[in-house]
Design a protein around this ligand. Sequence first.
Ligand code: PAF
Length: 288
Amino acid sequence: MHIFHSIADLRSYLRLQRQQGKTVGFVPTMGALHEGHLSLIEASKAQNDLSVCSIFVNPIQFNNPDDLARYPRTLDSDCAMLAPAGCDAVFAPSAEEMYGKATASDAYAKPILKFDFGTLEHVMEGQFRPGHFNGVGIVVSKLFNIVQPDRTYFGQKDLQQVAVVRQMMIDLGFQIELHPCPTLREPDGLAMSSRNRNLTVEERAIAPHIFKGLSLAKSLLLSGRPPAEVKREITAHFEQQPAFRLEYFEIVDAHSLQTIEAMADAGQTALCIAAHLGKVRLIDNVVF
Ligand code: PAF
């Protein structure tokens, strides 16, 4: 497996591969990899001649400096997982390599361009993490331009990210197939996430309440209870769990991400949640 830190080196490697007619699958990540990421590599391997994984903790998508500082950086163990999974190339640039030369006051040049995803980002993650999707949009479009993949693989755990990236690809005309892949869960239901490793033993033991809350909401909705009532019940359920600080629980249309009044209003319904457990912010969703 090749490991590249420079854009120029990755580009010349990929140019040679493409000249040999190879197709390229791309999995963008921020590292701290788990089985969920490996399932994206597996999906890419099944459809492409070559699979590239980027590992870059993108500073401009963090609106909370503590969250950025705490984000696990584990390049060596990530590479030790990717090589046996059959990944062909890892791209692990520095912030300066991605965004340009540092200045006296900043570690890298801050992009001036701003993405605005309208109604897709005025809700949920976008509402609680201002600027987050601008940072995601900028880094993903830069990575697409660098790697120029045929197909790209994203986890559905970040449902709103998938919606935003899908829109960006349409609006900017990227000729890349987007493949959203299912969320992988631990045996107790907790969605796999790089942030799980920051949970204490006690927090980890109760973290599956998040998925339990989503599952309860799903069964209430399927039994015919109206969304507004279910939202109140789930919110109350989390208020009784003092270890959790619920940020949002929303019942939305899975594509537009807008709140629905009745199940019939959505093609597919998504239940989306974000909650703080200790110092860790966890998100999850179910789509049905
Ligand atoms: O989902 C992530 O890990 C990140 O948001 C992504 C897509 C790699 C962009 O930094």
